[in-house]
Design a binder for this molecule. Structure first.
Ligand SMILES: Nc1ncnc2c1ncn2[C@@H]1O[C@H](COP(=O)(O)OP(=O)(O)O)[C@@H](O)[C@H]1O
Ligand SMILES: Nc1ccn([C@@H]2O[C@H](COP(=O)(O)OP(=O)(O)O)[C@@H](O)[C@H]2O)c(=O)n1
Length: 224
């Protein structure tokens, strides 16, 4: 497996919350023997870290400093994320952290602070990168770009089921409102808004199973 330009393949998957990016990027990375970048986890870590430190959501200087100094270790074999030596795998997925993550992600200095860290993931290895601006801002040179979507009802239902399985108490109506809120903020922000790259392959997963989406993605990736 290699790209037309080099030894390593670079695949990006962008799209709104609950479209299946995390699930598909894991499956695709495994199938391609590539590493994984969950860029959303970085914004979630900044949010969690700022909550722990009592930093206000509008304190741009402290937030970007937090982003720059983030002491994070991803352990892909175990599927865990460590922040300052503490296992925060579950903590960063809480709904409160999701909401704050999308607020801090709208701040240019926070995005700037995380940019180089993200680009490092593609050095010396094949990569599947999951996020909102992977194909537009972070890796515009990617070999294959996907924009994965689904209806907001389908995405909220999926998230609802996922949170219930994790034992988190959630209200479906509140969840739909939160997802729509987050979508709007991600799509309308001035910096790196959520939108498909001009050369992205758009996949609507509303009526597709996970294996069907994977098969589609693999058929595109295998051309490289
Ligand atoms: N095509 C699909 N059909 C049904 N459920 C799906 C599909 N894709 C993903 N899911 C489920 O939806 C939930 C959210 O998926 P996830 O990969 O976390 O989305 P994202 O990373 O885009 O927010 C997960 O529980 C996942 O198993
Ligand atoms: N590349 C990225 C990834 C995430 N984000 C932000 O971080 C938040 C959490 O991202 P995520 O991918 O973990 O969220 P879900 O799609 O899993 O809900 C999103 O709502 C975005 O606001 C971003 O701005 N840019």
């Amino acid at each position: 497996m290699s790209s037309s330009q080099g030894q390593y393949l670079l695949v990006t998957i962008d799209g709104p919350s609950g479209a299946g990016k995390g699930t598909l990027s894991q499956l695709l990375a495994k199938a391609l023997g590539a590493s994984l970048l969950d860029s959303g986890a970085l914004y979630r870590l900044v949010a969690l870290s700022s909550l722990k430190r009592g930093i206000a959501a509008d304190d741009v200087v402290s937030l970007s400093e937090t982003a720059r100094q983030l002491d994070v270790v991803f352990r892909p074999e175990e599927g865990t994320t460590m922040l300052e030596g503490e296992d925060v795998t579950q903590a960063i997925r809480a709904e409160t952290v999701s909401m704050l993550a999308s607020q801090v992600a709208a701040l240019q200095p926070v995005r700037d602070a995380l940019l180089e860290r993200q680009r490092q993931f593609s050095k010396g290895q094949s990569l599947v990168a999951d996020g909102r601006d992977m194909g537009t801002t972070v890796f515009p040179e990617a070999d294959v770009k996907f924009f994965l979507t689904a209806s907001s009802e389908a995405r909220a239902q999926r998230r609802y089921k996922q949170l219930l399985e994790r034992g988190e108490e959630v209200d479906l109506q509140q969840l739909i409102a939160d997802i729509e809120d987050r979508d709007l903020r991600d799509r309308s922000r001035a910096v790196s808004p959520l939108r498909p790259a001009p050369d992205a392959i758009e996949i609507d997963s509303t009526n597709l199973t996970i294996p069907q989406v994977l098969e589609l993605m693999l058929s595109h990736a295998s051309n490289h």
